[in-house]
Write a protein that binds this ligand. Structure first.
Ligand code: SF4
Ligand code: SF4
Length: 160
């Protein structure tokens, strides 16, 4: 009998569930939402990328050395580690904005894996090119120094 009364009581109560996403659920003050990035404050140290457990951040680099930040909200686990590891306050930050659903059309997982690999490769290419240019410059400087020394030695020779 008690259960019957309890069941009847529940029928008259407001549902405890909400019609998400049409109705928003409770959000605490320290809710961890999407990660934001402020390019003007970034010093491009990539500590956020290194600290990110699932690999939701990656930086690509062009042949002039300019880096570009990439973030995948569907890979992010909202752990705050990137923000904690950043030496420049405000360069990367946690917003209170919930992540929108990932759409199939975005090809978010396979597309991200490809972008991630290409970003790492772009940095390797830049590093290799920088190394090549440094070696080339060192060789040119060495040749110029040898030529200068030869010229000085010749100028210093006493006539017979
Ligand atoms: S919140 Fe965590 S998972 Fe998300 S980007 Fe930052 S470090 Fe990576
Ligand atoms: S850790 Fe901060 S400063 Fe360094 S690359 Fe990431 S956002 Fe930029």
């Amino acid at each position: 009998m008690n259960s019957f009364i309890s069941a009847l009581g529940n029928l008259l109560k407001k549902p405890v569930t909400v019609k998400y996403p049409f109705e928003q659920t409770y959000k605490p003050d320290d809710y961890r939402g999407l990660i934001g990035f402020e390019e003007s404050l970034c010093i491009w140290c990539r500590r956020c990328e290194a600290a990110c457990p699932p690999g939701a951040i990656v930086f690509s680099q062009d042949m002039e050395g300019k880096q570009t930040y990439h973030y995948n909200r569907a890979v992010c686990i909202y752990c705050h580690e990137c923000v904690r590891s950043c030496p420049k306050e405000g360069a990367i930050f946690q917003t209170a904005e919930p992540a929108p659903c990932a759409l199939k059309a975005e090809n978010i997982n396979n597309g991200w894996n490809k972008l991630f690999d290409e970003a790492i490769e772009s940095r390797e290419l830049y590093a290799a090119e920088k190394k090549r240019k440094t070696a080339e410059k060192a060789a040119a400087d060495k040749a110029a120094a040898a030529a200068k020394k030869a010229a000085e030695d010749k100028a210093g020779e006493t006539p017979q």
